[in-house]
Design a binder for this molecule. Structure first.
Ligand SMILES: Nc1ncnc2c1ncn2[C@@H]1O[C@H](COP(=O)(O)OP(=O)(O)OP(=O)(O)O)[C@@H](O)[C@H]1O
Ligand SMILES: [Mg+2]
Length: 506
């Protein structure tokens, strides 16, 4: 493919002659020159039919790096690393890997819809003397894009959009993902703020112990959501999706969230509602969240009085749960309300762009207010349950690298026929080799023992429960009898008093 340099070589001499003639002509016939300018322009463009667009690194007043420039840089990085001869390697803030870009004055070609374009990276020295905090401020960098004028339409209407979009996608993919959590601030109002660390949870759908079918369903749902920007726009809905994960402790709700974030390459915002003072603070926190993120509210039932009327009584009992810790260690009541949260999910939420997933987790789904979890708010309800045989097989493969064993039959029987309930967390704990080089069989046998013990314990619990219920019923019966006895005595006394009264009257 011809480079821009080669094309120049071909047309260079013709252009030089043209320019020379034009300059001489203008000098000798300045008046005629004005009239002939358009003609020369046309002639010039006949020999040089290329259009050039410049994209500066810094544009505007605030020394803000142009997003288009960095988008182009990311876009070109994938081709540059393969095609350019001179490359620059940078570590960009927030990027998980080295960013390779073409060096100054390098040129690469790109093709789009059978159209060829030429990209060049250039820099010019800043001649103006000015004070700057930036070490490289005396240099201005820019990209130039050249293309044939007959391709103007394709480039302006589609190619540039494609470059920016693709560049953003590559940048997103390369970026270091973050786990944000809200902590009480140090200012007088104790406004809670997001702080972040790098998100490096190793969980994935492959390591998640769950039935394959269920996993596939969730994965499909997530993929469909992430690709539905246009669809959500078409139906006039905010591009967000709510997930409710419920199940006993240790069944993998938090692990599932990490797997979802890794799968979609989203950031995670772990929202601790008890440190949020009121609905206004909640709103500003949520508005600050970025696109392509999962906002998590764990144990929603404990976080707030979100369970509506039905929780009135418990609320009085465990009011402490809703108290928030301020930076001075003093306890204050969090005023975030169910309606505040619902309003945000429904209304304001829609105003702050798209591609956000909100996840609630709870151990007690029955306790939640139906308004909170109705479809449209929490679109998908996922039950995380005790370990089944299929889930066990995933854990055995992860923890022990064992895919088949005679002991599997026994474990299958215990889990499926005997219906022993053990969480994946406990199964994992039993499968974990306790010392270096311990064989898988030993760990599997330990699990069998643990399952049998769990069965005994469950049996004991049932018996104890039955005993407790029986005692409770007997106690109730005793109280009832006693009440009846007392009432009988009272009635008798009353009767006697009445009889005595009557006698006195006579
Ligand atoms: N389904 C699962 N697949 C793989 N590992 C699991 C699964 N469930 C639990 N685990 C393991 O058990 C540990 C605890 O799980 P996790 O924190 O996800 O449970 P949880 O349901 O969020 O519990 P809680 O209700 O107490 O928050 C994890 O570190 C993980 O290793
Ligand atoms: Mg959890």
């Amino acid at each position: 493919m011809a480079t821009m340099g080669q094309l120049w070589a071909n047309t260079g001499s013709t252009l030089a002659t043209l320019m020379f003639t034009y300059t001489i002509f203008r000098r000798w016939f300045p008046h005629v020159g004005d009239h002939l300018e358009p003609f020369f322009q046309r002639l010039f463009s006949r020999f040089y039919p290329y259009i050039q667009i410049k994209f500066h690194e810094y544009s505007g007043e605030h020394f803000k790096r142009s997003e288009v420039y960095s988008g182009i840089q990311s876009y070109l990085s994938k081709d540059s690393s393969l095609r350019a001869k001179k490359l620059k390697a940078n570590t960009t803030k927030g990027s998980k890997s080295l960013v390779l870009s073409m060096d100054d004055r390098e040129e690469i070609t790109d093709e789009f819809e059978s159209v060829t374009v030429w990209w060049q990276s250039k820099k010019v020295r800043n001649t103006r003397q000015s004070f700057s905090f930036y070490p490289a401020a005396d240099e201005k960098r820019y990209y130039t894009l050249k293309f044939h004028r007959r391709d103007r339409e394709v480039i302006i209407e589609r190619y540039l959009e494609h470059v920016v979009k693709e560049g953003k996608r590559i940048k997103m993919k390369n970026r270091e993902r973050k786990l944000y959590s809200n902590t009480p601030g140090q200012n007088h109002r104790n406004q809670t703020k997001w702080s972040h660390v790098t998100f490096e949870h190793p969980a994935s759908f492959d390591t998640l112990a769950m039935e394959e079918e269920k996993k596939e369903e969730i994965k499909n749902d997530l993929v469909k959501f992430s690709k539905s920007k246009d669809y959500y726009k078409k139906i006039g809905k905010a591009w967000k999706r709510g997930y409710l994960l419920f199940g006993p402790p240790g069944t993998g709700k938090s692990t599932m969230i990490a797997a979802m974030a890794n799968f979609l390459e989203y950031d995670v915002y772990d929202l601790e509602l008890t440190t949020v003072m009121d609905n206004t603070q909640l709103r500003s926190l949520l508005i600050e969240t970025s696109t392509k993120s999962i906002i998590v509210i764990e144990d929603i039932d404990c976080s707030l009085n979100l369970t509506g009327q039905r929780k009135k009584k418990e609320e009085e009992d465990d009011g402490d749960e809703k108290k928030m810790m301020t930076s001075e260690g003093e306890k204050k009541e969090s005023k975030v309300t169910l309606s505040g949260l619902l309003n945000f999910i429904d209304g304001l939420w829609s105003a702050c762009g798209g591609e956000r997933i909100i996840v609630f987790t709870t151990n007690f789904v029955d306790k939640l207010d139906p308004a909170l979890i109705r479809k449209g708010r929490m679109d998908k309800h996922i039950e995380m349950s005790y370990c089944g045989f299929e889930a066990f097989k995933v854990l055995a493969k992860n923890y022990l690298d064992v895919e088949e064993s005679e002991i599997f039959d026994e474990i299958k029987r215990l889990l499926e026929v005997e219906e022993i309930k053990m969480t994946p967390a406990d199964v994992g704990e039993n499968l974990l080799p306790k010392s270096e080089g311990k064989e898988g069989e030993t760990c599997l046998k330990r699990l069998v023992e643990a399952l049998k013990e769990a069965k005994e314990e469950a049996k004991k619990k049932v018996e104890e429960e039955e005993k407790r219920k029986k005692e409770e019923e007997e106690e109730k019966k005793r109280i009832k009898e006693k009440k009846a006895e007392m009432k009988g005595k009272k009635d008798e006394k009353k009767k006697k008093i009445e009889e005595n009264g009557e006698e006195e009257e006579h």
